[in-house]
Design a binder for this molecule. Structure first.
Ligand SMILES: Nc1ncnc2c1ncn2[C@@H]1O[C@H](COP(=O)(O)OP(=O)(O)OP(=O)(O)O)[C@@H](O)[C@H]1O
Length: 247
């Protein structure tokens, strides 16, 4: 295992409530890590803490073995991460402009931006939308733009929080298939929050189950799904009643 990020004794508290309590956890280079758990378990909070969007209350986060001071993650480190959420939060401008934004902010030359935007639009199958205003896209198109915008900066880690949950089933299936191929080709480390077993089973190769702010089980996805422990079985077995575990 080659940890990019390590958590040590992390807690996150708000309004006198402990929302996360994670003695030890890590994100390994090259993995597609799923974070699954019931509503309100702390999945999104964990994603925000490990991506430095929220500050932990106590404990340490290490990047490549080095402790990152609380509230002081350097910009060079934050720029190694991309985040895609359920809402694509696109700007009022063309699809091209939206996808280019991360490179524009990094002051990359116009020629390189053109080349990279073309490349990522092609991979996500949205070249024909280049000149369309991003505010008038379908849900599936908007999520493709969102993911292309996240990937164009070639992040070391891509964090995803339920990016497909608002999509209808056929749209979701097609996008998940394309997305899986793109992530595998780019060899990007990905962390994927979801409460949907179908998405987790299809996409991820390691899985952590969070219940009540604690990581109750983690391991290779098939193993966790096939052998839930006493803390995760009530959540996972409900899902398994309705979803067969074939890949
Ligand atoms: N800043 C905050 N202040 C108060 N409560 C918070 C804060 N952040 C998160 N919470 C609470 O912590 C709990 C976990 O929230 P979180 O969004 O991380 O859960 P989740 O597992 O992602 O849930 P869901 O699947 O419903 O999106 C919830 O009860 C939420 O209301």
């Amino acid at each position: 295992m080659n940890p990019l990020i390590q958590l040590k004794n992390i807690t996150f508290k708000a309004q006198n409530k402990t929302i996360l309590d994670i003695p030890e956890f890590q994100i390994n280079a090259g993995e597609f890590l799923g974070i699954m758990g019931p509503n309100g378990a702390g999945k999104s909070t964990l994603l925000k803490v490990v991506s430095f969007l929220e500050q932990q209350t106590s404990g340490e986060i290490l990047y490549l073995g080095q402790v990152i001071p609380i509230g002081n993650a350097p910009i060079e480190l934050r720029r190694k991460f991309s985040i895609a959420l359920q809402q694509s939060l696109l700007l009022d401008g063309t699809v091209f402009h939206n996808i280019a934004i991360g490179l524009t902010l990094r002051k990359i030359s116009k020629a390189v931006i053109n080349e990279k935007v073309e490349y990522w639009m092609e991979l996500f199958g949205i070249s024909h939308l280049a000149k369309k205003n991003a505010l008038y896209l379908s849900g599936g198109e908007a999520q493709r733009v969102n993911l292309a915008r996240a990937m164009i900066v070639e992040p070391e880690i891509l964090f995803l929080d339920e990016p497909f949950s608002a999509l209808d089933f056929p749209t979701k299936i097609k996008l998940m298939e394309d997305f899986k191929g793109i992530i595998e080709t780019a060899q990007t480390t990905a962390v994927y929050v979801s409460h949907d077993l179908m998405e987790i089973n299809y996409l991820t190769n390691r899985l952590a189950i969070i219940v009540n702010g604690e990581v109750k089980q983690s391991g290779p996805t098939p193993r966790v799904l096939e052998h839930p422990n006493s803390s995760t079985s009530s959540f996972l077995n409900e899902w398994k009643k309705f979803y067969p575990l074939a890949r």
